[in-house]
Design a protein around this ligand. Sequence first.
Ligand code: ZN
Length: 206
Amino acid sequence: METEEKEGMTMTKRTAALLLLTAALAALITASVTGDGPAAGAQQKSPPSLQKDTSMKPITEYLKDVYAKGMPKVVKSEAEWRAILSPETYAVTREAGTERAFCGAFYDHKKEGIYLCVCCDLPLFASNAKFDSGTGWPSFFQPLRKDHVAEKTDLSYGMRRVEINCARCDSHLGHVFEDGPRPTGLRYCLNSESLTFVPGSIPADF
Ligand SMILES: [Zn+2]
């Protein structure tokens, strides 16, 4: 027994250096992999709306929230919005910017679910009202609920358009045009930057 134990000890000593090396290598690999994760994500410029997918609540929770709390206005200062939004999202939602066509996260997005206001999580649109408008921006023929999307006349750039905003936090969403498909004939033209997507089936009663 003693001999075996001694041999075992010797083996342990012999392999100790190797084990240490292996452990160090493993640690290095782990560190580099973990380090690469967020860096790679940043390089791809994943919009915050997509990054938020991991912490999503079920769709019904967002809808219940609205029923339970009603729609008290969400008001924040410019500094507060800047602190929670990416510069791109801030420019679109708080300064009425427009993202480039065919560049947003959702213009060709076909999954089932609902789209929330990126600023305040108010449910705005559902995948069953989304259509391919060919414009390069996510397009819907109707909002999830009419009272969630506010409208106002926009005379900028020498055009007369109808701007659409989140009814709860006034976030700029895009514009609505009267050249949409049936049944409404409307085309709600959105910026992907203004939206967060929550996957799941859409409750029939909302
Ligand atoms: Zn909002």
